[in-house]
Design a binder for this molecule. Sequence first.
Ligand code: NAD
Length: 356
Amino acid sequence: MKIAILPGDGIGPEIVEQAVNVLNRLGESFEMESAPVGGAGYAAHGHPLPEATLKLAQDADAILFGAVGDWKYDTLERALRPEQAILGLRKNLNLFANLRPAILYPELAGASTLKPEVVSGLDILLVRELTGDIYFGQPRGVRIAPDGPFKGQREGFDTMRYAEGEIRRIAHVAFQAAQKRSKRLTSVDKANVLETFQFWKEIVTDVHKEYPDVELDHMYVDNAAMQLVKAPKRFDVVVTGNMFGDILSDQAAMLTGSIGMLPSASLDANNKGLYEPSHGSAPDIAGKGIANPLATILSAAMMLRYSLNKAEQADRIEAAVKKVLAQGLRTADIYEAGTTKVGTKEMGEAVVAALG
Ligand code: NAD
């Protein structure tokens, strides 16, 4: 099995190194090959997603990705900015389904900004559509306003759109995920204001007919944002579009205390996937050896489960992570008085040791 390793920028290389060490310890014969991506891709080959990197990702069975983005590339034109690499990979590999679990480990209950009774035991799966919506819709740009009260002025505009097939395929992923959990699915939309999301609601309701064992409810995105902090445990699986999912998944991440704990999977129709931590490249702490590698290590576990058919190995990694948390080891982002503060490398080594 071939795994493409794309460390990227900022803390990416530090945290991916730890996840690779964990994979190497499993005793499997994975073929792993690295390539530069993001700012590192631009520095090496003049493009955030160099051709050779894309080819490696296309040929691999799964991709382990760190993060991209660096302030030093902020002045580049948009097409050459590091973040375009991740959009390019999603589009080229047709990774339309983003799965983001938000789990609050009991040991970290105090790390959440919400009261422990509101969040303890939290276990949500957010399913975000990843290749459509206003992020990809055309036309877009800056033009002279053709009408309205500001006619004649410059205006920025984007296009929100979803095709029926796009909604159907993400709805199937979400219903099937719900079937494997508590059989409850919440579809988040803005059907009261947006045509696109009125259509979304209609199609999700239609797909529901194929999953009568799953209980479906619909919620407007503003209410969902409120409920996520008021009563997050009311949710189990949540499905939504690209933009709403982008925002809600970071909000859900913070319920658990640190974005440094949260893995994610982006899958195509055949379960080939790109696995990455939910956070970015954290340039503010890059190179300091203090980043939390657990989200990336847990992403490697998701990779074993969803793309490489190695659920037992995934369980081993997740158990090892729980063990190091129970031992009281914490990186700075999840540190609390009475626990032991460790760096990126020490945390990675502790997980490797906990694998036995
Ligand atoms: P970020 O997630 O990189 O950082 C937000 C905050 O969380 C920072 O204070 C950071 O230090 C902290 N943090 C993030 N990951 C951490 C970890 N593993 N351990 C400890 N602390 C951690 O978001 P940002 O600052 O908005 O963006 C930084 C760069 O990352 C930007 O260039 C952005 O475009 C990019 N980005 C990339 C991705 C991706 O590669 N998929 C996703 C989001 C943002």
